[in-house]
Design a protein around this ligand. Structure first.
Ligand code: PEP
Ligand code: CO
Length: 466
């Protein structure tokens, strides 16, 4: 029998990657305030996401999770959010229509602020300061003042998340995500790029399909899937005092379930997945669908132990395993993990995060991710899943709608010397719009090949990778 869980039971466990606030009274005061604020998401939305993920776990869907590495207070403008949303919708559309599976859309947005760090100290020109841990914790400026953890930042993160979510909900309800608008989602700076021509071709096909549906008598204005879509928010469940304050019992729908109201989906990072520690303790008790990052140090037994804790009832849709090994390590680690999970009869979603295992230092000293490696990990993920008889259930990207030069490679052939042109991330390098679409088309081709293989199981050609 598992020990009793409560929203604060994590407090009696060892914890890593959280700040030590210098003023505990100020922290307690902020926690009380947060606990009195309205939730950001509603129980029914969370339950609906679980249902969609359950379908994906059974092979009838694909999850697209993507967004910023770390949201920032400074960049909380409408252009940022809308350009992100446009490229997100474009990428999801590509996966849905070229891939031919329902795509569950989960943004890394509306609360993705807290960052785990590989070192608690940052050194620059002989000066040592505590590392930046995300705007919800401390400031990115390399000054002693900025690096002091300040609990009041949680209040600002909450308000920013609420405003972002409100803006996204307006996009969805106001008709912007309608299939009528697929041509409008394209961003000005990708206009003359080959990838946009590819997207335009798909958008034209969608226009034509809509015309056919209308000619057949489908009432477009009353057909929800044509008018809007479901979009969910997610972030890493790292800053537990914040998460606890938003962990509430569902009273409105009377289920009595306790769930996180800070986002629809939360995940545990690769650095905080110790089974007897605080982060696993917190997340095991919430009703939300959850993710677990799986990196190269995770062995099959350790993974099975975590699955027992996080998804004791083996409910499809509850748990998504997000592999992030690196293109050079995925072959060594993913097959044995997939095999162990399948043998144990566990109904999880396997997702590929091709970002976090492929970060390297460029010749300029900047952190970057070569697109070739990112693509390679996605390709290997599909190959391995297919070989193991597992449904490749999703992809997890760090991406932005801004025309940044943070990841090298891709159609624009960004090289190390270009990185400084528009390197704006506060944390990890993100794919720009063109690079995100490149991955989306690649994923779509693999999904299409998978569908063909399922429809014609005896044709060897169908299984060859696209
Ligand atoms: C992240 O997703 O931003 C992250 C830090 O990932 P990981 O825990 O896999 O390193
Ligand atoms: Co990151």
């Amino acid at each position: 029998m598992a020990a009793p869980w409560s929203p604060d039971s994590w407090r009696s466990k060892p914890i890593v990657q959280v700040p030590e606030y210098p003023d505990p009274a100020a922290l307690a005061d902020v926690e009380d305030k947060l606990a009195s604020f309205p939730p950001l998401v509603f129980y029914n939305e969370v339950a609906r996401l679980r249902q969609k993920l359950a379908a994906a776990a059974e092979g009838n869907g694909f999850v697209f999770q993507g967004g910023d590495c770390a949201e920032s207070f400074k960049e909380h403008g409408p252009d940022n959010i809308s350009s992100y949303f446009r490229v997100f919708l474009q990428s999801a559309l590509v996966m849905t229509f070229s891939g031919g599976l329902p795509v569950v859309k989960i943004g890394r947005i509306g609360g993705q602020f807290a960052k785990p760090r590989s070192s608690s100290i940052e050194k620059k020109d002989g000066v040592e300061l505590p590392s930046y841990r995300g705007d919800i914790i401390n400031g990115a400026e390399f000054t002693p003042e900025d690096r002091i953890p300040d609990p009041h930042r949680m209040l600002q993160a909450y308000r920013q998340s609420a405003a972002t979510l409100n803006f996204l909900r307006a996009f969805l309800q106001g008709g912007y995500a309608s299939l009528e608008n697929v041509h409008r989602w394209a961003l000005s700076f990708t206009k003359d790029k080959p990838i946009e021509a590819k997207y335009d071709k798909l958008a034209d096909e969608i226009d034509r399909t809509r015309e056919i549906l209308c000619a057949m008598g489908v009432d477009e204005k009353n057909t929800r899937p044509l008018l809007t879509t479901d979009f969910y928010t997610s972030h890493e469940a790292l800053l537990l005092p914040y998460e606890q304050a938003f962990t509430r019992r569902d009273g409105l729908m009377d289920t009595g379930n306790t769930f996180a109201t800070s986002a629809h989906f939360l995940w545990i990072g690769d650095r905080t997945r110790q089974p007897d520690h605080a982060h696993v303790e917190y997340i095991r008790g919430i009703y939300n669908p959850i993710g677990l990052k799986c990196g190269p140090s995770l062995e099959p037994d350790g993974l099975l132990q975590l699955i027992d804790i996080l998804d004791p009832k083996n409910e499809p849709g509850r748990l998504t395993l997000i592999g992030r090994f690196g293109s050079d390590k995925v072959d060594k680690h993913l097959p044995k993990l997939m095999r162990a999970v399948s043998r144990a009869g566990r109904k999880v979603i396997w997702m590929c995060d091709p970002m976090h295992g492929n970060t390297i230092t460029a010749t300029t000293g900047d952190k970057t991710r070569p697109l070739g490696r990112v693509k390679e990990e996605v390709e290997r993920f599909f190959d391995i899943a297919q070989a193991e008889g597992v449904h490749p259930g999703g992809v997890h990207l760090e991406m932005t709608g801004k025309d940044v030069t943070e990841c090298t490679g891709g159609a624009a052939k960004i090289v190390d010397a270009d990185l400084s042109k528009r390197y704006e991330t506060l944390c990890d390098p993100r794919l720009n719009a063109e690079q995100s679409l490149e991955i989306a088309f690649m994923v779509a081709e693999r999904l299409r090949a998978l569908r063909t293989a399922r429809a014609h199981p005896h044709s060897g050609a169908a299984i060859a990778s696209a």
